[in-house]
Design a protein around this ligand. Structure first.
Ligand code: PLP
Length: 311
């Protein structure tokens, strides 16, 4: 067991007391993670000493470029892809919107879009809006209300040779269901469709391996795993080569991302292979969570083998 006190003390937010005078516990996964001192220090150091646009020849700009490079390297390890397949941007919702617009430039009314009912609005509305603008058909895949899971046959039926994109989440932030992305990707690729995975809720809980999943795009939001509110998108190189975005971030001002030691946080996550339960337990040392005041553990028998915690 790690030193819980030491780990807690690196998160200033955990010093706060609840109304009953007890130390707070943040169980609200969908409501973001807290930021540890070292990330905040890294951010401040950069803003105070090295703030500059990347890509220039003066010292602070060179430092900024290097820091962005390190952050991308760390994120490529985090998702298991190449560094030039990491696209940094604003929050996940904005990035998905930008990708949806860039990818759909040549879509016509003959094309189709598949979204799912368990997905966060962030990975539904951009695709539905694009489909609306291009007069494309949209199919929304339902899930089984008893198990909280998708039925792969529904994907088989919904995805056709006209489907351009299948937008699906990796883990649902409402009920914790983990989607069978690898299988869904196989079905989509067999019909020539691309897969855009929302891994925002999954990323803080389990390891991501985009090579194994073989998905085309996958987005995470760094504020869900101890960082600032910016996103990292994995995009397959072959797609980026034909990519035509409306907005280029050539001189992306990434003060938030480039903090000097931010990348270590990602590397540590990778190294310790942190999973949600382990992380929660080591931060709050809850041995019998059901005894905590007002905490109700809702568990469905059917869902127990397939869940990323959600509170
Ligand atoms: C599963 C999921 N997808 C997308 C988002 C949106 O992320 P962002 O706030 O970075 O736009 C969230 C945020 O809670 C989420 O939980």
């Amino acid at each position: 067991m790690k030193d819980v006190g030491k780990i807690r003390s690196s998160f200033p937010a955990l010093k706060r007391k609840a109304l009953n005078g007890k130390p707070v516990i943040y169980f609200d996964g969908p409501g973001a993670s807290q930021m540890p001192n070292r990330v905040n220090r890294a951010y401040n150091d950069h803003v105070l000493y090295d703030k500059a646009n990347a890509g220039g020849y003066f010292e602070t700009s060179v430092n900024t470029t290097e820091e962005v490079g390190r952050a991308r390297l760390a994120l490529s390890m985090f998702m298991n892809c190449d560094e030039d397949e990491v696209v940094l941007g604003a929050n996940a919702t904005t990035s998905i919107f930008q990708f949806s617009r860039a990818l759909s430039r040549n879509w016509t009314s003959e094309d189709e879009v598949v979204v799912t009912k368990l997905d966060h609005f962030a990975n539904v509305s951009p695709w539905v809006e694009v489909a609306h603008d291009k007069n494309c058909k949209v199919t929304s895949i339902r899930f089984d209300l008893d198990t909280g899971k998708y039925n792969l046959e529904d994907f088989e039926k919904a995805i056709t040779t006209k489907t351009k994109i299948v937008a699906v989440n990796y883990a649902c932030n409402a009920i914790g269901t983990i989607s069978p992305i690898k299988e869904i990707t196989k079905i989509a690729h067999a019909k020539g469709a691309m897969v855009f995975v929302d891994a925002v809720h999954y990323a803080p809980h389990r390891l991501i391996d985009v090579k194994d999943l073989d998905c085309d795009f996958l987005v995470t939001s760094i504020y869900k795993y101890f960082g600032p509110h910016v996103s990292a998108v994995f995009a397959k190189k072959q797609h980026l080569q034909n990519f035509s975005p409306y907005k280029w971030n050539l001189h992306l001002i990434l003060y938030q991302i480039v903090g000097k030691r931010v990348h270590l946080i990602f590397l540590q996550l990778q190294r310790f292979r942190v999973q949600s339960n382990t992380l929660l337990l080591c931060l709050i040392k809850v041995e019998q969570p059901e005894k905590i005041w007002k905490l109700h553990i809702i568990k469905s028998q059917n869902m127990k083998t397939n869940s990323a915690n959600t509170f």
